[in-house]
Design a protein around this ligand. Sequence first.
Ligand code: PLP
Length: 373
Amino acid sequence: MVEIRDLDPSPRLLLGPGPCDAHPRVLRAMATPLLGHLDPEFVRILDETQELLRQVYQTSNPLTFAISGTGTAGMETCIVNLIEAGERMVVCVNGYFGQRMSEIAQRAGANVIVLDRPWGEAFDLNQIRAALERHRPKVLGIVHAETSTGVLQPMMGLGALCREFDALLLVDAVTSLGGVPVAVDAWGADSVYSCTQKGLAAPPGLSPVTFSPRAMETIRRRKTPVQSWYLDVTLLQRYWSAERFYHHTTPISMMYALREALRLVVEEGLEARWVRHRRNHLALKAGLEALGLTYVAKAEHILPVVNAVRIPAGVDDVAVRKRLLGEFGIEIGGGLGEFKGKVWRIGLIGYNSRPGVVLQFLGALERCLAASG
Ligand code: PLP
């Protein structure tokens, strides 16, 4: 019989695009004894978590809560609630996660119009305006921080543009929330989803979402029920409102984690947190460029939390990443899709956005690059 030993993973520094290391306070919160999901004390924890989420999302949307599932569950929730079979949705695709959004929308029965942009570039308002004018979709979907390319999409003006054409704005903030500004109300976004394992520095497992009153009104007027019972927000909102009506068993420990993670964000202050992420990104960028690496994104669109850089010619992608992990315990991300083998993605997110981490990583990378000639 094989002996199954105590759980004892090797120490790791998670500098990929996610999951990233959880803050020690978050891990401690997860060890808190369980409460029932309808216990009045847990209900208070839910209220507090929702209040904190509104602050971090910068929204007053009453329906702001966490889906039980990872970021993709949030993506699926937003799409299946907003879209009914045959309705038009324009999806902006300039990387892997835009592609995923369009695939999920297709499976939800949407009439999907893909708005393409080369990987590594951002969309401009004129291109989006032309698509809205031509296709008059019900929903426009866009990724704020495209993790596969390290591009940060400018958001200002997009909400007003969507309103001009009576479209709902759906935003993927999986890699941006907690690391760069996410301003749901100022953007005029109608439906936004994120995750716990990146800028919020908690483990993967929940997907914070928010829906504008306009989005909720659209959902109320649906002619057909949402195809997914589990992700139907008209059912979920009965639990995530004063009613607190049972829907499914909430992942209690993850809720403790999310509450503590959000408390940490608010304690630090949103502005201070963004400044910290930017400062550490700039230090890393200076180091990477000194080592001869170049960024995929144009300077004005670089996403500071996931540094996507081209792998230098002649350097073996897998060998370097294997060595970083084996010798230094550092994980970074390889390229996805058309960037496979061409790009490294170095995450400096949440708890890991610290000067000591930057120095530790640059030292290790320098050794690995020297070893591969
Ligand atoms: N959207 C973006 C931009 C992402 O980076 C990711 C994951 O990295 C997802 C969606 C999917 O999230 P998850 O892997 O948590 O399901």
